[in-house]
Design a protein around this ligand. Structure first.
Ligand code: SF4
Length: 508
């Protein structure tokens, strides 16, 4: 009895095996190869899709695209790791026909083909639609925050900048105070005269710093100067430099459109994550309800989801070519304007309303207890009084209804409003919102369905793919990363549904 033995390393064979023998018929790498080979790289806009007539031959964008898709499929995302795979992984050798690019070329490919990579994801979606895997009738939309390549302490808004400047001012003031305490000349001065004027002291420091720089270059000669003095002076220079930088950032913050600045990745935004604040991007996905495949994805800078619904829904409808589309989203997406935009695009929205009012908790009537009568354009209140239209907001978005007279003599006023009278606001297209609410009421399982379809892809991207943060910087670059990740999710899901061989033959 012995262990199972392998072949000798020196063994030669009469009929040498070829690379293709090592890649099984059901290997996903064959599907990646078949899918990429059918793409029109020139139409997608890949660089070097048309060979230049002169210069050094470039790598074929088909090969590099295959490498990236393979990498994201098997959770290898960095260009250095992809380079390593191309040198040691037999599947990658098969896929790339033994082309072994260096990490610079791999990384450059992603940077130069941001938009085309996003189009590749859409091409695969269309392919899935053609295969009948995407139904295009109902989609669930959701968003999740992904960390950007930017540390939290390198992002600023006006509040942070002024807090930091204040902190530095305090440190500088403390330093000068210590100096003045040791200054014999100030010994006899009254205490009140020693108030520190930071701006004046900093001007003085500017002059001192110049002198100090010269002195420090000559510091070896100054043997009497103690190490302690030198370090405190250096510290002061650092504080001064930091204050100057913060003042420049304050100007940038003021000039920025949304009042914040990120130094490492200028496109990233400081936003609230599931647990705490992060600097990142808000990735939005629309998952088709037929087979839980991602129909559309986008990376945005939006800090909240409330303005994302109509854009995502309309774009998804265009991509999947649906005549009628139903969209499921959580209450974070609720917005009158967004629901109205979807309605105008012939998209049914099933989105629960955000409950801001605390009236119900306090045991008081809410707007739901008031009945609108369209024939008379009045609200009937719980005391059976008519609240009439009194004014309309500008721009005309809201109409307001009230009856001061009725409220003054009302017997149940304590259950209705703490103020003199109750005013009811009505959105100018409230009938659309009411219809959406009625549609949602008819489908009590809608939110369970939403959760079932949309949370799995994000779970896969974050847990299985380990994609908690983006490796690249800039909105287009992270969009390309997300597209590759979404494509790998869809590939896995499609393989699970139909298998590699069926998919390849269907694509042929
Ligand atoms: S307080 Fe005014 S609005 Fe409220 S129930 Fe009484 S009459 Fe109606």
């Amino acid at each position: 009895m012995d262990y199972i033995q392998g072949d000798s390393r020196e063994q030669t064979v009469l009929f040498p095996e070829c690379l293709d023998d090592y890649v099984g018929e059901d290997n996903p790498v064959r599907l990646i190869d078949a899918f990429v080979d059918r793409l029109d790289m020139q139409w997608l806009g890949f660089r070097f899709a048309i060979l230049p007539e002169t210069g050094r031959p470039p790598y074929n964008p088909l090969d590099l695209l295959k490498l990236y898709i393979y990498g994201y499929f098997y959770h290898v995302r960095s260009s250095r790791n992809l380079m390593r795979e191309a040198r040691r992984n037999i599947e990658v050798m098969w896929l790339m026909k033994r082309v072994q690019p260096d990490f610079h070329s791999i990384s450059r490919f992603r940077k130069r083909n941001k938009r085309p990579l996003q189009r590749v994801f859409r091409e695969f979606t269309k392919c899935l639609k053609g295969l009948g895997l995407i139904g295009g009738e109902t989609v669930a939309i959701d968003g999740s925050k992904f960390k950007a390549s930017n540390a939290l302490n390198r992002s600023y808004n006006a509040k942070i900048v002024s807090r930091e400047i204040q902190k530095i001012d305090q440190q500088i003031a403390r330093y000068f105070k210590e100096l003045s305490q040791t200054d014999k000349a100030e010994k006899d001065m009254p205490e009140d005269d020693r108030v520190i004027d930071i701006e004046a002291k900093l001007k003085q420091l500017d002059q001192e710093v110049q002198g100090l720089d010269i002195a420090m270059s000559d510091q070896q000669d100054n043997e009497e100067e103690t190490n302690e003095t030198k370090s405190s002076e250096r510290r002061l220079i650092e504080l001064k430099k930091r204050r100057d930088l913060l003042q420049k950032i304050a100007v940038m913050v003021e000039e920025s459109a949304d009042g914040q600045v990120c130094l490492t990745d200028p496109d990233a935004r400081r936003m609230k994550g599931s647990r705490n604040h992060l600097v990142g991007y808000n990735a939005q996905i629309a998952v088709d309800a037929k087979n839980s495949l991602i129909a559309h994805l986008e990376v945005t800078q939006a800090r909240a989801d409330s303005r994302q619904l109509s854009r995502m829904a309309i774009r998804t409808k265009e991509i999947v070519g649906a005549g009628k589309l139903t969209v499921l989203a959580d209450r974070g997406y609720f917005s009158n304007e967004e629901i109205l935009a979807c309605h105008r695009a012939d998209i049914m929205t099933l989105v629960p309303k955000q409950e801001h009012s605390t009236s119900r908790k306090r045991g008081q009537f809410t707007k739901a207890d008031f009945t609108y009568t369209p024939e008379e354009d009045v609200y009937l209140c719980p005391a059976n009084e008519k609240l009439k239209l009194v004014n309309t907001s500008k721009p005309q978005k809201w109409k307001y209804y009230q009856s001061i007279k009725a409220c003054k003599r009302c017997a149940i006023k304590n259950l209705c409003c703490p103020s003199v009278f109750r005013r009811i606001g009505r959105y100018i297209h409230e009938e659309v919102i009411e219809k959406a609410a009625a549609d949602l009421k008819k489908q009590p399982q809608a939110m369970i369905m939403r959760k079932k379809h949309v949370e799995h892809p994000f779970g896969f991207l974050k847990q299985s793919l380990g994609m908690r943060e983006f490796l690249s910087r800039g909105l287009d670059n992270v969009g390309a990363e997300m597209s590759l990740a979404g494509l790998s999710f869809n590939l896995k899901r499609a393989i699970k549904l139909l298998g590699v061989r069926t998919l390849i033959s269907a694509m042929a």
